[in-house]
Design a binder for this molecule. Structure first.
Ligand SMILES: Cc1cc2nc3c(=O)[nH]c(=O)nc-3n(C[C@H](O)[C@H](O)[C@H](O)COP(=O)(O)OP(=O)(O)OC[C@H]3O[C@@H](n4cnc5c(N)ncnc54)[C@H](O)[C@@H]3O)c2cc1C
Length: 528
């Protein structure tokens, strides 16, 4: 078995950034199931939130993040997120990411639910593409081994310690085992679970499914963020219209030309994502339409073409000049707040197993992510993973608990929703008639019954269908079958958590429990 100090699964921002730091400490292998650049990272538009502006501070960023998280953020983790960002941005610049500048200063823009401009970007609205290209070029220039088309299929454990990973070569169909000291899951979220999604095809919850099966704790899965404004043009794949467009003054109107957001909230278009997404759904229902419109025609055309060149060009290439015409939009699945539970060093409850990026649940997002905090989370906690692996603590057998003690003494600040309740996935009575299991049926089920607006009834129905499907999963033999099986497991974790949480909070909204309940200011954790 080939052995490495670090094996990193995934080649988005989290995987590549960690690899570039880890190579200074030991040998590194990256496994990625598509090409190196297949990931969500390259689609990120708005940018990275970081308190660098004159009128900004980590304290203000902390407050905005805590407010968005709706009572479930881990305050110690949010402190770290908001205080340690600038150092990681300096690393990204060193690795070649060309952030936009004006007169030698990095330019900052504002996004919804941020009290001040603090989003740094690259190529206007092509931030993720620049990050992915710069980091992957840098990775190729150093002795990091990268295996593309290589799908991690099982975590190898001995006792409570990681020994390596099993992976499928998707080109040859051969299975191989790789040994390591540290295994870092950077496999992204589960966005392909839903019929309408902004996510890349590779985002199928693999890391969460593998970690769960290996005995790791999975937390906060009921909190899935739906982006309010995704292009809804017939025959065109969902394309994100960045939050920053509303940040720069874009206005939402229903199909009758009425500006509806002020009717729902005083923050209007700058309200948090969940509020804007739900308001749009209500407005679409009211008007019997499958879309609303985003209007930027009152903004100077030059601002639009220079600040949003990517969006401008994409729409123009599909016959829409957004400087003159309205942009048809509707919500779509976007970001998973939950994931593999980690402490503030990216450690899971299994020694040697780490998670970073969207796969991880570090506790910074709580019930709802503040826009542009996820790229920041990937680098801030990615850096801490590598720092942790070089700490003397690692000579000890029980790394996670060793760290937890330290974490408590380091963070006197009281976290919100400290309490976590552990559950196993329940055995449900199988239904005699269910639709056949395939990706479109799974995506429709999740969109219709576990989507933006949920109810106990819709969730219970979905839970039974999913449990029935899980009893007769196809054998995993190739990438599509592995992905489908992983998605079904993630769908169960999301649905069962949403059913347990009898309240509405952040991105989780139930019509039968529309209020937030203090009794539910706690986390739902699943473990095998
Ligand atoms: C359209 C869009 C716009 C966004 N805009 C922003 C923004 O402006 N600011 C912001 O902060 N966030 C934004 N986000 C969110 C952000 O882009 C993601 O949360 C972040 O890029 C996740 O990075 P990651 O490295 O964790 O995962 P990803 O970039 O998704 O990478 C996951 C990697 O894991 C690999 N992988 C998965 N499973 C396996 C397996 N079994 N074996 C091997 N490899 C595997 C994939 O192939 C991929 O390389 C946006 C997301 C989308 C979709």
């Amino acid at each position: 078995m080939n052995h490495y100090d670090y094996i990193i699964v995934g080649s988005g921002i989290a995987g590549l950034y960690i690899a570039l730091l880890a190579i200074k400490q030991g040998s590194v292998l990256i496994l990625t199931k598509g090409s190196i650049e297949d990931c969500n990272t390259k689609y990120a538009q708005g940018g990275i939130a970081v308190a660098m502006g004159k009128d900004d501070s980590p304290e203000l960023h902390f407050k905005d993040t805590m407010a968005a998280g709706d009572g479930l953020c881990d305050a110690a983790a949010v402190r770290i997120l908001t205080e340690e960002g600038a150092e990681c941005i300096a690393d990204l610049i060193k690795f070649g990411v060309p952030f936009d500048t004006l007169d030698g200063e990095i330019t900052l823009t504002r996004e919804a639910a941020h009290t001040t401009p603090r989003i740094i970007h690259a190529g206007g609205d092509a931030t993720g593409e620049h990050i992915e290209i710069s980091l992957s070029q840098k990775v190729r220039s150093v002795p990091i081994k990268v295996l593309e088309d290589c799908l991690a299929s099982e975590i190898l454990i001995e006792g409570n310690r990681v020994k390596g990973v099993k992976a499928l070569d998707c080109r040859t169909g051969l299975m191989e085992e790789y040994g390591c000291q540290f295994l870092i899951l950077a496999t992204g979220g589960t966005g392909r679970l839903f019929k309408y999604t902004t996510n890349s095809d590779v985002v199928t919850g693999d890391g969460i499914a593998l970690a769960f099966e290996a005995g790791a704790e999975i937390s906060d899965m009921e909190f899935f963020q739906f982006h309010p404004t995704v292009l809804r043009l017939p025959g065109v794949a969902p394309f994100l219209i960045s939050e920053a467009v509303r940040g720069e003054g874009g206005i939402l109107e229903n199909v009758d030309g009425y500006r509806f957001m002020p009717d729902y909230t005083a923050e209007a278009e700058l309200a948090p994502r969940d509020i804007v997404a739900r308001s749009i759904v209500y407005e679409m229902r009211k008007t019997g339409s499958d879309r609303v419109f985003l209007d930027v025609t009152h903004l100077p055309p030059r601002l639009i073409t220079t600040r949003f060149p990517h969006i401008y060009r994409f729409c123009r290439d599909h016959g829409l000049d957004i400087t003159k015409g309205l942009i048809p939009v509707a919500p779509a699945a976007h970001y998973l707040m939950g994931g593999v539970k980690t402490n503030t060093w990216g450690e899971t409850n299994i020694s040697g197993l780490f998670a970073a990026g969207e796969t991880a649940c570090t506790g910074v997002h709580g019930a709802n992510r503040l826009a542009s905090n996820s790229l920041l989370e990937s680098v801030v906690f990615g850096k801490r993973v590598v720092e942790r692996t070089t700490s003397p603590c690692h000579s000890e057998e029980d790394i996670p608990s060793c760290h937890r003690e330290e974490q408590v003494s380091q963070s006197p600040e009281q976290s919100e929703g400290d309490e976590a309740i552990s559950y196993s996935l329940p055995d449900r009575h199988p239904l005699s008639h269910v639709p056949p299991l395939n990706l479109p049926n799974l995506q429709s089920l999740m969109w219709d019954k576990v989507g933006i607006i949920r109810s106990g009834e819709s969730l219970a129905k979905a839970a039974s269908i999913l449990a029935t499907w899980q009893r007769s999963l196809p054998q995993s033999i190739d990438r599509p079958s592995y992905e489908l099986n992983n998605l079904v497991l993630c769908a169960r974790l999301i649905t069962e958590a949403a059913l347990l949480r009898e309240e509405s909070r952040g991105a989780h909204f139930r019509t039968d429990f529309p209020e937030t309940s203090s009794a539910w200011q706690r986390h739902i954790v699943f473990k095998t």
